[in-house]
Write a protein that binds this ligand. Structure first.
Ligand code: SF4
Length: 405
């Protein structure tokens, strides 16, 4: 469904960033009319980089702090009264460690106030007309600020194909509330739960401007374990869907085939079709670089068999990340055949001896189990390690669940 969006909402800029990050950010914003068009004197601004994981920006997992710092300066130059740089990292990570490893603390040099959203008040927000995600608890700060500027990274994602502007705003949800989006399930295979939840969430969360950090992107098994791609690009735009559509095209994907971007557009969040967008600066064809897509189930070798029942992306995402990291560290490459079961209505194959169930949905009496809804990635890693180390796997017990209960 096409809707009419203003000329401003349809503009996206693309510029090269060869070394001087600040210059590139300034140019990308200038091509759209300058920061004065976004931030007015006396306003409070919240900047939302992607600081989801304790990883340096050179891995492609998090936002380059120089991009965020350049935006702090631009906001103050436009007359902002206060500029916050805020994040709630992916559930299970220590925010102090994340802030330190990502070097985001350097934004203080430009006057940015760093905020851990897990330590600020939140509010319950109803999502009018939502079919799946009717209510969500969001940090209050973005609603108290006059403007929200989103600073995602150009990267692939194992559950949502890409993780760009729409997905990055999930970091405004405190702590485990983020997992709620992963737990949305639909009966319609063409409408994956996480994708529709991201789209519905984006109908209520504020976002006035987006700057896509394409200095270093990520391909393959993103959002945290893929390979870095030195793209040397900055994109910007007022509308999150428009920016995601153009960025997906730059990465070699068809934005209309990316569920959460298409759903968000259908819900009226922004324009999706490239022919209705005005791209300023470089053209998509000039900077196109086909990113390797992320696998939906990680390739971890023939000995580890992941059997999926009706599982939501809460378990699938954390399990994928956990086994991928263990495989990369050669922790599970030589273990005897192991079946990992996840989700509802999944059965171990007849005669299978080494079976581990992950997440409360997959619990089966008599089988070793990692409890949680979902368990964190670290709990899954610990569970698999304990299972492998156990001489008699049938007597293995998880950290909480008593198999006899
Ligand atoms: S146990 Fe896992 S698959 Fe089941 S609802 Fe919870 S997160 Fe989803």
């Amino acid at each position: 469904m096409k809707r009419n969006f203003s000329a401003e909402q349809r503009m996206v800029s693309i510029v090269r960033c060869n070394g001087n990050v600040e210059d590139a950010v300034v140019k990308a914003v200038k091509l759209l009319g300058g920061m004065d068009r976004v931030v007015k004197p006396g306003e409070k601004v919240l900047l939302k980089p992607n600081l989801g994981h304790p990883k340096h920006y050179t891995t492609g997992a998090t936002t380059n702090p120089e991009v965020t710092k350049a935006l702090v300066k631009l906001c103050y130059e436009a007359g902002a009264k206060k500029v916050y740089v805020a994040e709630s990292p992916s559930w299970g990570y220590d925010v102090k460690e994340v802030f330190q490893i990502t070097e985001i603390e350097s934004v203080r040099e430009a006057g940015g106030e760093l905020v851990s959203l897990d330590e600020t008040p939140f509010q319950e927000v109803e999502i009018p007309g939502a079919r799946y995600l009717r209510k969500v608890r969001v940090a209050r700060l973005p609603f108290e600020c006059d403007k929200v500027i989103n600073i995602p990274v150009m990267k692939t994602h194992m559950q949502t194909t890409v993780s760009l502007s729409l997905k990055n705003l999930k970091g405004l949800l405190p702590g485990k509330e983020k997992v709620k989006l992963h737990m949305v399930r639909t009966d319609d295979p063409s409408m994956p739960g996480l994708d529709i939840a991201i789209a519905e969430y984006n109908t209520v969360v504020p976002c006035h401007f987006n700057v896509m950090d394409g200095t270093v992107g990520m391909e393959g098994p993103g959002p945290a374990d893929g390979e870095p791609v030195n793209m040397g690009l900055i994109l910007a735009g007022f509308n999150r869907v428009a920016v995601d559509a153009v960025t997906s095209a730059v990465m070699g994907f068809n934005p209309q085939e990316i569920n959460h971007i298409r759903f968000a557009s259908e819900l009226g969040v922004g324009p999706l079709h490239l022919e209705e967008l005005e791209v300023r600066g470089l053209r998509v064809e000039e900077v196109l670089r086909r990113f390797k897509p992320a696998p939906t189930v990680p390739e971890v070798g023939p000995n580890i068999k992941i059997l999926k029942g009706k599982a939501c992306s809460g378990c699938l995402g954390t399990l994928s990340t956990a086994v991928y990291r263990m495989a990369k560290a050669s922790e599970i490459s030589k273990v005897p055949e192991l079946y990992i079961l996840v989700g509802l209505d999944v059965k171990p194959p007849e005669g299978a001896e080494r079976v581990l169930t992950i997440g409360n949905c997959a619990f089966k009496k008599g089988y070793p189990h990692v409890e949680g809804c979902p368990p964190t990635g670290w709990e899954i890693v610990k569970g698999i390690r304990q299972f492998i180390a156990e001489k008699k796997p049938s007597t293995y017990k998880s950290r909480v669940v008593d198999q006899d209960s």
